[in-house]
Design a binder for this molecule. Structure first.
Ligand SMILES: [Zn+2]
Length: 247
């Protein structure tokens, strides 16, 4: 079952059973769905309960918990830089994890993201490249809402140990790019918190000062069970840290 949270008349968050969050933005003429979740629940039906507007669907990156739900849609756009991730999936194994009835043999709905802006009517969206978490990670900058949808590219605990990940330097450059945008908040794909941009300085400090610090071995508790090393930077209202693949 999908749980829906309304942040405003324009912004909704849809969470599936495996704790994957998609963002739904309503414009005057179209709606944007950013990410499709794991595919454990019918996300399209949940969207249609909220709006009947024509829908544009964009995936933040190629990890399965963001494009698994693409089976419910005719077309989902994703950066071609993450195409190799999608081609690596063993669907039989993924079915065991999600649902034996998961009905897809491929990802033919997933198309290359071949535009860098779009309009929902009274709200425009700009695609911003956010390499770090994966090389093909993208965000959607919504100037009218002063909001950035960031997928996994900007989580307070930055994950640089899954397939197609980049370096600490890549992630640092992505944060610096985001700090130049005229936004007050950003959303991520594994939380319903509307993060203030004020946390970005702490995230940057974490990346800059993690060198030589104490890292702990870490294993992600769900498929693909990737292993890495976790550095906890600080624990104020929100914990900030980074997980890297190698020390
Ligand atoms: Zn991811």
């Amino acid at each position: 079952m999908i749980e829906t949270k309304k942040l405003s008349d324009r912004v909704f968050i849809l969470k599936d059973r495996l704790d994957c969050y998609a963002n739904l933005i309503l414009g005057s003429e179209k709606a944007l769905l950013f990410d499709t979740g794991s595919g454990s629940d019918d996300l399209k039906a949940a969207v249609e309960e909220i709006t009947s507007l024509p829908l544009l669907v964009i995936a933040s990156h190629g990890h399965f918990d963001h494009i698994g739900g693409s089976i419910f849609f005719d077309r989902v756009y994703m950066s071609k830089k993450d195409r190799n991730i999608v081609e690596s999936y063993e669907l039989e194994k993924l079915r065991e994890w999600i649902d034996k009835n998961y009905d897809s043999d491929d990802f033919r709905q997933v198309k290359d993201l071949d535009f860098d802006s779009f309009t929902l009517g009274d709200i425009d969206g700009l695609i911003v490249e956010m390499p770090g978490h994966t090389s093909g990670s993208v965000g959607v900058y919504l100037p009218e809402l002063k909001l950035l949808l960031s997928g996994d590219a900007l989580t307070p605990v930055m994950c640089l140990f899954f397939m197609n990940h980049g370096t600490i330097e890549d992630e640092l450059n992505t944060i610096k790019m985001v700090q130049k945008l005229d936004i007050t908040h950003f959303l991520t794909a594994h939380s319903d918190i509307l993060f203030s941009v004020s946390i970005l300085d702490r995230m940057k400090d974490c990346l800059i000062n993690s060198k030589g610090k104490k890292f702990h071995k870490y294993r992600y508790p769900r498929p693909p069970f990737s292993e890495g090393y976790f550095y906890l930077h600080s624990m104020e209202d929100e914990s900030v840290g980074v997980i890297v693949s190698e020390r």
